[in-house]
Every structure is written in C-alpha cells, then in structure tokens.
Design a protein around this ligand. Structure first.
Ligand SMILES: *Cc1c(COP(=O)(O)O)cnc(C)c1O
Length: 476
C-alpha cells in the first residue's frame, strides 16, 4: 500500500515513512492511494474474531512494510485487557471497546477504558509500540514535541513512557488544565517524559510547536517528531472500533448502523468515514459539535469558515473547542473526487485565514458519504447527563453528551445508533456534579491521583527557551 498527499505534490511513501513523517512536505496529509474493500463475506468471517485479530485483518491491508508476525506481536502487546481495563459493570475487558446498550437501537461504544480514560489511548498506545519497533529497525531516535489542552498530552505520555529511543516534550498552558488532567501528566516519574507548563494559553503552546517544527535545521538535528491528530497511524488505529461496534450490534452483515461522533479535529470521524469507504455498512455518520460549531455550519450550509482563537469559546467539553479541524482536509479530498489541484485552491484560502464554500452539487454528495451533523450547548449536555443517569443509571461525560444530543436529533427507529464515548466522566467531575449533584466513582488506582508528587518545568511563552531545553535533554 502506497500513501499519497492530499495536495498532490509529495512523493508516494510506504506506511513506516508516513508514520514517522507527520505532514507531507507539500503541506498536505497522507492518505492511502486506494481504500481496501471488505465484502459481506469478509464481515461474516470477522464476527468471531477477537479485537486483536480484527485489528490485524484491517492493519494488514494498509501496512506492507512490517512482517505479519511482527505486526501481530505489536497488536497483541498494545490491546490487552490489562491496559484497557476500566470497564463498566457487565462489560467484558477482552472486548477492548465494548458496547453498552441503553435502549432498543441506542448504544454507547465505550472507547475510554485505557490508562488516561479518553478514546485517544486506543491510537496512542498503538503508536507507542509501533514507534519503538520502527525506530529500533531504522536505528533512529525520536524527540516528540507536542502541545496539549488536556487529553492528548496524558494519552501520549502514558503511551511513550519508558519506550526506548523516544523522549517526549509536552507543552501545556500553565494552570488551566483540570486538576485531574494535570495530575495525570505531571505525576509521571519516567525519565523520558518532560512536561513544560507555558505561561500562556493553548494556542501559545501550539505556536511554539509550529515555530520549532518550521525550523527545519533544528527539526532535523534533533529528530523532532509529532503525535498530533493528523498522524496517519492514529487514524488507522481508530478504524478498528467502527468494525468492532458494527459487529457487536448486528447479527447479519446486510444490516446497516449509524454512528455519532463527538468531533474536534475530525480525526475520529475520519476513521469512521474510511471504515465506510472500506465497505462497512454505515448509513449515517453524525458529526457532533459543541458551541464551536464550524463543522456543523459546514454540513448545514457548505461554507467552511474556521474561526480565530479569539472566536473559539471555552466550553464544558473542552477537547472539542477547536475551530479549525486539521483532518477535515482528508474528507474534503475524497468528497471532491481526490482532485489535488481543487483541494490546493481551497486550502490556500484556509491557510490564509479565509474560508471556502462548496456549491449545491458537491454538497449533494455529502449525503452519499453518509455525513450529517448537529451541535449542542452547555445546557443540553447538563440535561442529558442527568437524563441518562436517571433513565439508564449510566454517567456520561460532557463530550459524550454532545454526541448523545446529536444522536437524538438523527435517531431513527429501525436502525441501531452507536454513540462514541470519547471520555469517562471522572475526567470532567465538575460538570457531572453540576448535572447530578454527585461525583462519579473513581477506580481505586486513581483515588489519590492529585496527591502524587508532580514534576514539571514552568517556562515563559518563548520559543527559544523551549529549544534550549530540548537541546539540553534530547535523545540523539
Ligand atoms: C480529542 C477528543 C475529541 C475530539 O476528537 P477528534 O478526533 O479531534 O475529532 C472528543 N472528545 C474527547 C474527550 C477528546 O479527547
């Protein structure tokens, strides 16, 4: 399988090179040259598979530069019941991403049973193992530089801690993460993890990462790598649970299902789109946004108008407070029939801080791709957290509540709807308390998380200080 850039001006690459490379040199995102297809018959054969075998049968179609035995070993190391073990009562930890039936044709797909209690662990844990493997093969090292507003950082650090050949430098805005999120990162004692709290906001952290990555000499000399959501390995790992969820709620591979996905950078739902292109019988893919509703606006009007950071609201589902969805380019590329020159003209607008609008004819095709959308507000989330607690005795987090709101807008009686649970409520105790007047129970291991010693550096908002720190602590 070869990979091509959405912008059409980069060399075709194999999987391992795409995995370590991040953005394509022409500024585009890598996608497989063609999507492998699964037939109804293939789906029938998948019904009896474990999560690990299912992952292998999907990854195997996208990866041809890692021997099958090695790939299977990486998968088996990644997806264990031990690592993905924080399950709700009556869920089987061997399922890795179990489903929870709420009522007829409405399900949660539990994706947040990993070490940091958000769905990002599913892809990040895989990256941790496959990075270590590929780096050892190529005799290379990697200094991962990232910025986090709260969920990506912990998931990346738990996945990379103790991995050979990898150091992590994670920037976060000083004093703004939830106490739980801060404790998740800052309590890690591993020598290859460096937490840098920047006196500024998330966008300042992101700008420093961009400034460092744009210094090509520094980037090359210091083997700087990224694990942000455009990484193809992350999308690939997320395709698996769409299959797992589909197989869990259907008996016959002729049946169709709907998925609703709480969306920020469009990474998660992009994996759903690819699963659908591979032949998984998905009828609707519902994009759920919060008050930051740029994507909802696009699906309603055809106008894609990313907002500036001053016009991005801080909400009670903070991991979706994004107004420029980096993976959206991948979907638009498919929507316009993979025409790179047209795509380049759109993103020239976007990269210059402007917008683009698609005509009715192209927007008509959005339906052929199954996409639709809805947005929600704080009040919707709080009401739904309470309603689900009262009716089903299930506590959901604020992001999942955004999903639930959108799923209700698009629910139909005859088709199963799976809402992706993107985080556990423990991570967002404050809003849960506001909704139901009590805090979700923590697993024993996390009861005293905030009391563990914390280790982090506090820096002024200056790229040069971060560079100096990397120079002094990098792994070469
Ligand atoms: C990252 C995140 C999202 C958004 O996912 P995307 O892949 O960026 O669309 C939604 N919910 C939670 C809890 C997250 O951490």
């Amino acid at each position: 399988m070869k990979y091509i850039s959405t912008r059409g001006k980069s060399p075709e690459l194999n999987f391992c090179d795409v995995l370590l490379g991040g953005l394509a040199p022409d500024g585009g995102l890598y996608l497989p040259k063609a999507y492998p297809k699964f037939t109804k018959n293939d789906l029938d054969l998948m019904r009896s598979m474990s999560y690990q075998d299912l992952a292998f049968s999907i990854f195997d179609k996208f990866i041809d530069d890692i021997p099958a035995d090695d790939l299977m070993e990486i998968i088996n190391k990644t997806y264990t019941a031990d690592v993905f073990g924080y399950n709700r009562p009556n869920q089987n930890p061997d399922d890795i991403t179990p489903t929870l039936k709420l009522k007829d044709n409405l399900y949660l797909l539990s994706l947040s049973n990993g070490p940091t209690l958000a769905f990002k662990d599913i892809a990040m844990q895989f990256l941790g193992h496959i990075f270590e493997y590929v780096l050892a093969k190529k005799n290379k090292t990697l200094n991962i530089l990232g910025a986090t507003s709260g969920d990506t950082g912990p998931a990346a650090e738990y996945a990379m801690k103790g991995k050979k050949g990898i150091n992590v430098f994670m920037l976060s805005p000083y004093g703004t993460m939830s106490p739980f999120q801060a404790a998740q990162m800052f309590s890690l004692g591993d020598e290859n993890i460096y937490n840098i709290a920047v006196k500024g906001v998330f966008d300042d952290c992101q700008d420093i990462v961009k400034a460092v990555s744009n210094d090509l000499h520094f980037k090359e000399d210091n083997n700087i790598g990224a694990v942000n959501s455009i990484n193809w390995g992350r999308i690939l790992a997320q395709i698996v649970y769409y299959f797992k969820g589909y197989l869990a709620v259907t008996k016959d591979s002729k049946e169709v299902v709907d998925f609703t996905v709480p969306t920020g950078n469009f990474g998660n739902i992009c994996a759903g789109h690819i699963a659908r292109m591979m032949g998984l019988p998905i009828r609707k893919l519902v994009v759920a946004t919060n008050e930051n509703d740029v994507l909802d606006e696009f699906f309603q009007t055809g106008k894609y108008y990313p907002r500036t950071s001053e016009n991005t609201f801080q909400t009670s589902s903070p991991s979706m407070d994004i107004s420029k969805a980096s993976n959206f380019e991948r979907f638009i590329f498919d929507l316009i029939g993979r025409d790179s020159s047209v795509l380049r003209s759109y993103w020239q607008q976007i990269d210059n801080g402007r917008s683009f609008e698609l005509n009715k004819e192209i927007m008509g095709k959005v339906l052929d791709f199954g996409f639709t959308s809805s947005s929600s507000k704080h009040k919707n989330r709080i009401n739904l957290i309470k309603k689900f607690y009262d009716e089903y005795d299930v506590i959901i987090d604020t992001h999942t509540a955004d999903g639930v709101k959108a799923s209700i807008d698009h629910l139909s009686e005859d088709t199963p709807m799976l809402v992706l649970e993107t985080a556990l409520p423990i991570k967002f105790e404050k809003s849960v308390f506001e909704a139901i007047g009590k805090r979700p129970v923590r697993p024993d291991a996390l009861v005293d998380l905030e009391k563990i010693d914390q280790r982090f550096e506090v820096f002024d908002n200056k790229t040069s200080s971060v560079k100096d720190f990397i120079l002094a602590n990098n792994i070469i």
